[in-house]
Design a protein around this ligand. Structure first.
Ligand code: HPA
Length: 275
């Protein structure tokens, strides 16, 4: 066993995957699903085996309220899924690769794709609280990268079409079948944990982003590094700083996320039912 520069123990993902298979069965999940702030209850929709992150050494503490730190492996609409009820954010630890081990485990379990969800602020006039946005692309506004320190040439990950066109089409078809509007847009990753200033929001909007949040982008990069197909959907919980009179807060994020969560669940169920 050797340690890479980030301190991850090589072989650990395989060990954890073996532990998970012992508990949940050997059948590989097709999809991983990561649930964002206020969206953790979706894990309860899965009939399967729930494993607390505390039972999986090296998994994040998921110390952010509104998350549900459990891995649930089981069936959702006839498709085997691995649902991560909480994620680690860069701002909790200062580690850009905080989700590397869970995603390595997902890969080791045999999944081929990852669907990410998050709560986000909107800079787009047509995206209001309660709306959903499918990420067509992203802007890494944090200056960080989860692959910093990765010693192999695999670190030079191409990011053209990082957000998988096939998965995006299937998610759009699922939304259309449910008659739920699902606009595509660009998501900017801001490090957090403080929210953005209005000037930062004007800057990010000028750069071409439609929504802003504190997660997801490092997971997209890690997923592509690991060879997982990936797509992501934002639940808009607020207009971004300076764009409305509403006060922005984590409480507000958690209170507003359920508005979009019900629609998100219908889209994901439809998507998985036809996957
Ligand atoms: N900014 C960053 N992250 C967020 C926001 C926001 O306005 N809303 C929900 N998550």
């Amino acid at each position: 066993m050797s340690r890479n520069v980030e301190g991850n123990v090589e072989g650990k993902a395989e060990d954890l995957a073996a532990l998970i298979r012992d508990r949940a069965g050997a059948e590989p999940p097709a999809f991983g699903l990561i649930l964002g702030s206020g969206l953790g209850h979706l894990a309860e929709a899965v009939s399967g085996v729930a494993i607390d992150y505390t039972e999986l050494p090296g998994f994040p503490h998921a110390g952010v309220s509104g998350h549900n730190p459990k891995l649930v492996i089981g069936d959702l609409e006839g498709t085997r899924v691995a649902v991560f009820g909480g994620r680690a954010h860069y701002y909790e630890s200062g580690r850009g690769d905080a989700m590397r081990l869970p995603l390595e485990v997902l890969k080791a379990l045999g999944a081929h794709s990852l669907i990410l969800t998050n709560a986000a602020g909107s800079m787009h006039p047509d995206l209001d609280p309660g709306d959903l946005m499918l990420l067509s692309d992203h802007i890494n506004f944090s200056g960080l990268n989860p692959l910093i320190g990765e010693p192999t040439d695999a670190r030079f990950v191409p990011m053209t079409e990082a957000h998988d066109p096939g998965l995006r089409s299937a998610l759009k078809a699922a939304a259309a079948a449910e008659a739920i509007p699902l606009m595509e847009g660009v998501y900017a990753w801001y490090s957090g944990p403080s929210f953005e200033t209005p000037a930062e929001i004007r800057a990010i909007r000028t750069l071409g982003a439609d929504a802003v949040g504190m997660s997801t982008v490092p997971e997209v990069i890690l997923a592509r590094f690991l060879g997982l197909k990936v797509a992501a959907i934002s639940t808009i919980t607020n207009k971004a700083a300076g764009l409305s009179d509403e006060k922005i807060s984590h409480e507000h994020t958690k209170a507003m996320a359920p508005l979009g969560a019900a629609k998100l669940e219908r889209i994901l169920r439809r998507f998985l039912g036809t996957a």
